[in-house]
Design a protein around this ligand. Structure first.
Ligand code: 13P
Ligand code: 13P
Ligand code: MG
Ligand code: MG
Ligand code: MG
Ligand code: MG
Length: 381
């Protein structure tokens, strides 16, 4: 069977400020997904949230970009938006940027990550397991560094030295600044790994769209790399990317994939999407309530049975005391960075901030600048 994993997520409202969706919003999404499983559109589905973003994780055989699956997700987010509106929640419908998109909803606001593979639980994949990363309060390139380290650096993934992976992985890098459409470049690690790094270092412009095994030709990673402000033309919240990563066997093991997150690396995001702050790994269904508005990431793991259904339980990868140490490190890094307030590297460059209200504040001031008298040509004569 050709199985597709689709993860579609959106921020359509939250309780008490931008913290988390309400229980009734989640129930509304679950209701729509349950109906879609019942009527055979989906094989299985799982709903969770990271901060105020709701993720729908689905298996089906309709392929990537299926209008029925995308429309189902849109309908589920509309149902949650309507609950959010009735309850007076913050940011109701925030990420639904198009009126009524027909078919595929990529580019309409919700984040979409999808990948397909032949699923038979035999050959190179006698078992099928994967994980889903979901981030909140951060920019689209938040996974650039950790995925690069997991799929291109044996210091993090020693498994890269083994026969099934030693030929490396092909990175599809997306230029998120190209508003004409998806603009992609394929580069192979390890041969092109410095070129890959040269692009991925710019988290706001370049992202990983997908990663393919060079030995097996199988898609292993899919990321929802997009910039909301490129769609909306103004700041409408942070991009908060999701990623699907298949693991084990011909791919890295879970620990090889999550270990780079121990860095709590700095990303663009946090309050008003304007700061440079560490990415804190958190358990599933965590609210954003810390002293800042720290970028957070969750990671849930699933196995898939022969029929394409999720096994009866899931793994919450960051819900482990080992990650408490990393969370403390992230908090320490956050306090250090925030002690610098608005100055220089502590906030994102103006090119990123110009999509928010900072542009209006600064452009108002720019009009008031005047040349010093002695520099005026008439004064020099
Ligand atoms: P197990 O013995 O638990 O299967 O672990 C082996 C392993 O390879 C971990 O990556
Ligand atoms: P969201 O994208 O989660 O709404 O967060 C953006 C923000 O501006 C936080 O202050
Ligand atoms: Mg929000
Ligand atoms: Mg969010
Ligand atoms: Mg957002
Ligand atoms: Mg084992």
């Amino acid at each position: 069977m050709r199985l597709t994993l689709s993860v579609i997520k959106a921020d359509v409202g939250s309780v008490g400020g931008h913290t988390k969706p309400s229980t009734r919003m989640i129930a509304a999404v679950e209701g729509e997904v349950a109906k879609a499983i019942c009527n055979g559109l989906l094989i299985d589905g799982f709903i969770c949230h990271t901060g105020d973003d709701i993720a729908i994780i689905m298996t089906h055989t309709r392929g990537e970009g299926s209008s029925e699956v995308h429309q189902l997700a849109w309908k589920a987010f509309l149902a949650a938006t309507s609950v959010a509106k009735t309850s007076g929640l913050y940011g109701a419908g925030q990420d639904l940027l198009a009126d009524a998109p027909s078919g595929n909803i990529r580019g309409a606001g919700p984040g979409v990550a999808e990948l397909s593979f032949d699923h038979s639980l035999s050959g190179a994949r006698p078992a099928e397991s994967f994980m889903v990363f979901a981030a909140d309060k951060c920019g689209p390139g938040a996974y650039n560094l950790p995925l690069y380290l997991a799929f291109a650096d044996p210091m993090y993934c020693a498994g890269l030295m083994l026969p099934p992976m030693i030929k490396g992985f092909r990175f599809h890098v997306i230029d998120m600044d190209n508003t004409a459409g998806d603009s992609l470049l394929e580069l192979d690690a390890p041969a092109d790994s410095y070129h890959i790094a040269a692009l991925l270092r710019d988290n706001e412009r370049f992202g990983i769209d997908r990663i393919i095994s060079r030995t097996h030709g199988e898609a292993v990673v899919a990321v929802s790399a997009q910039r909301l402000h490129a769609i909306a033309g103004k700041y409408t919240g942070k991009d908060d990317p999701v990623a699907i990563v298949r693991n084990q066997g011909i791919f890295p093991a879970p620990e090889e994939i999550i270990s780079p997150f121990a860095k709590a690396h700095f990303v663009g995001g946090d309050a008003r999407g304007s700061h440079v702050m560490p990415l804190m790994p958190v358990p599933l269904n965590t609210s954003v309530t810390g002293m800042y508005c720290l970028p957070i990431v969750s990671c849930v793991g699933f196995s898939i049975d022969k029929e394409g259904r999720f096994a009866e339980s899931y793994t919450d990868f960051f819900d482990n005391p080992a990650w408490d140490e990393v969370r403390r490190r992230a908090q320490r890094k956050a306090i250090e960075m925030r002690s610098q307030g608005w100055s220089g590297a502590a906030m994102l460059p103006y090119s990123e901030l110009e999509y928010g209200g900072f542009r209006d504040t600064v452009s108002g001031l720019l009009k008031r600048f005047r040349l010093r008298d002695e520099r005026k040509p008439e004064a020099a004569e």
